[in-house]
Design a protein around this ligand. Structure first.
Ligand code: SF4
Length: 347
């Protein structure tokens, strides 16, 4: 579509994406190479795509870390890993009342989706039954959309979750296939792909995203954006690495607010009708440019992330109001996925 040495006409690129064209890798690289002085033009073009599919709607997500720390895996970005020395709160599975209380909190905060997240390689069958029980209660009493992020899943576990009413499974690819073993050695990229397949086979929607800023190259970011295209994902959370002291990536720092905005635009151009959520690291890395992120993205987490604190909810509401955007309320359909096949720092 273009070369990195040519000046790209972002509006013309948006026109082509809106007529169904998928950008090639060179074009995706040119988005990441966009000169900072062109960033408003890039955002405007991304917004046209976002607006076409989602209007000015913003989807709110609220998450509960139902089990924290104590994880035998070695994901380098994660404060909950066995190799992390970060001083986080660690606890085993929350009981039904506490997980349900989180769902009520989500509903009170106008979140349409409640994400139940647990640390660990994957759940035991007993843990899956525990989640299934709470989800049945949440669905019958509150009717929230439910997404679960529980690690690697087996087919029978996925079926139990689907039967209980879980709408969606989150399992992030995080980065490219090539870079994956640099950030994790205890499970493979293929393990992650297999869990996504198992969830899809059980009839649940897929949510899978990335962590930007882990030392990856542009090619890694472009690679994972393309990989996600083939997976039929409904939702893509874009995390920005918050380097947590005590984790192997504590000294990695490659993000600027502009880099974060370009990454969001990259995913919007590549996934025009897919929900794109600004996830962990929003406040830390976008800082005063947070609101601009909602021109390419159409979703955010409210309140806290897994082990880091988010902006106050009333500030998020104010930001959305100031933009002139509107929150998608529970029960309302968001967006137009007609041409789409369709965790805060992830598990
Ligand atoms: S990301 Fe998930 S699997 Fe990896 S160390 Fe953290 S809790 Fe464990």
């Amino acid at each position: 579509m273009s070369t990195t040495t040519e000046k790209t006409d972002w509006d013309e690129l948006a026109d082509r994406v809106l007529t169904g064209e998928t950008p090639d890798e060179k074009t995706l690289h040119s988005i990441l190479d966009c000169p900072d002085e062109e960033i408003l033009s890039l955002l405007h073009a991304s917004y046209r795509i976002r607006n076409h599919h989602f209007g000015n709607q913003v989807q709110l997500y609220y998450l509960k870390n139902a089990k924290s720390g104590l994880c035998p895996e070695d994901c380098g970005y994660c404060s909950q890993s066995k190799i992390s020395e970060a001083p986080i709160e660690k606890y085993v599975w929350l009981n039904e009342e506490k997980i349900f209380a989180g769902a009520k909190q989500a509903a009170e905060n106008q979140a349409k989706t409640y994400c139940i997240v647990a640390s660990g390689r994957g759940p035991t069958n007993r843990e899956v039954e525990h989640v299934a029980g709470v989800v049945k209660r949440i669905k019958s009493e509150l009717g929230l959309h439910i997404c679960c992020c529980l690690g690697l899943l087996k087919p029978d576990q996925a079926k139990i979750l689907a039967d209980a009413g879980v709408d969606r499974i989150n399992h992030n690819l995080n980065t490219s296939r090539e870079y994956y073993e640099t950030i994790c050695t205890t499970h493979t990229y293929q393990d992650r792909l297999d869990t996504l397949q198992v969830a899809a086979d059980a009839g649940m929607e897929l949510c899978s995203g990335v962590i930007v800023g882990m030392g990856e190259t542009d090619a890694d970011l472009v690679g994972v954006a393309c990989e996600l295209k083939s997976l039929n994902v409904k939702s893509i959370p874009i995390n920005f690495l918050t380097s947590i002291e005590g984790t192997p990536l504590e000294d990695v720092s490659q993000l600027t607010p502009q880099r974060c905005l370009k990454a969001l635009c990259l995913f919007r151009f590549m996934h025009p009708a897919t929900e794109i959520r600004i996830a962990g690291g929003r406040e830390v890395h976008l800082r005063s440019l947070q609101a601009l992120g909602l021109y390419p993205a159409n979703s955010i987490f409210i309140s806290d992330y897994l082990t880091t604190v988010g902006q106050e909810t009333h500030e998020d509401f104010k930001m959305i109001e100031d933009l002139g955007f509107e929150i998608v309320l529970q029960g309302a359909e968001s967006g137009d996925s007609s041409d789409s096949p369709n965790a805060a720092l992830s598990c």
